[in-house]
Design a protein around this ligand. Structure first.
Ligand code: NAD
Length: 254
């Protein structure tokens, strides 16, 4: 027996980074996974690799978390392919360029809030309905250390991640009595393509500054977040709900 035997999971943003490691970790522990991502090439490759290299099954679904019909198709695929939905990881997200609050364009603000915050809510409501039909489940939302504290120059991202933490707590309270647990993880800076896209990986000096923000003196690895997410999704975390767990090399303890 493994932790996720006879389990079905959906993981958004699982074509890359933290989501990809999470989908693989759940599959290595026995869960069939729906790999959901807006990026078809990466998502298909992730699903094929997971199906080939683990004993679990994996199906790719092209999903934009800002689109209701896509999100419904994602959950329908889990139920039709594998019977039900037990685990959901709402992880898809966009980073942001750094600019002061008053300089952010409304388009940039709206896009980040729509993907990072409203996208999580859009997924939650469909996932919760499916879980309630089948006796409950476990959900983890990927927030950030920037869901717990601020930083200069990332107003939309920081607001979106604070929103994810708040949404996680309310959803946890709303469904605690119906066996749906809802938690969040708050990663520190993790070595994924998002850091490069945000321009934070351009030179050694910037990377050193990022490392120094963490008392452990380094950036995190995607696997370190995937392991925490898998724990929160597992029965080992059966009394954990509404938690926003920092996995951050000590960042938030300063
Ligand atoms: P990543 O860029 O490697 O992965 C993000 C994935 O989300 C990509 O595969 C992308 O295609 C997908 N995605 C983007 N928009 C989407 C949409 N509209 N619909 C569906 N999929 C979409 O980045 P990552 O670092 O693995 O980020 C995963 C999550 O972790 C994000 O929510 C991010 O905010 C959060 N996070 C990352 C860090 C970090 O330092 N990397 C720190 C804290 C939190």
């Amino acid at each position: 027996m493994t932790r996720f035997d006879e389990t079905t999971a959906v993981v958004t943003g699982s074509g890359s980074g933290i989501g990809r490691k999470t989908a693989r970790t759940l599959a290595e522990d026995g869960s069939d996974v729906v790999v959901a991502d807006i990026d078809r090439e990466n998502g298909e490759e992730a699903a094929t690799t997971i199906a080939n290299e683990t004993d679990a099954d994996a199906t790719f679904v092209e999903v934009d978390v800002t689109d209701d019909a896509d999100v419904e198709r994602m959950v329908e695929t889990a139920v039709s392919e594998y019977g039900d939905l037990d685990v959901a990881v709402n992880n898809a997200g966009l980073g942001s360029k750094l600019e002061p609050t008053a300089d952010v364009s409304e388009d940039d603000w709206q896009r980040i809030i729509d993907v990072n915050l409203t996208g999580v809510w859009r997924c939650l409501r469909v996932e919760i309905d499916a879980m309630l039909e089948d006796g409950g489940g476990a959900i983890v939302n990927t927030a950030s250390i920037l869901g717990r504290v601020g930083t200069e120059g990332a107003p939309a991202y920081t607001a979106s991640k604070h929103g994810v933490v708040g949404l996680t707590k309310v959803a946890a309270l709303d469904y605690a009595s119906e066996d749906v647990r809802v938690n969040a993880v708050c990663p520190g800076y993790i070595e994924t393509p998002m850091l490069e896209e945000a321009g934070l990986y351009e030179d050694e000096e910037t990377v050193d500054q990022l490392r120094e923000l963490h008392p452990q003196g380094r950036l995190g690895e995607p696997q370190e977040i995937a392991d925490a997410i898998a724990w929160l999704c597992s029965d080992e975390a059966s009394f954990a709900t509404g938690e926003a767990m920092a996995i951050d090399g000590g960042y938030l303890s300063r």
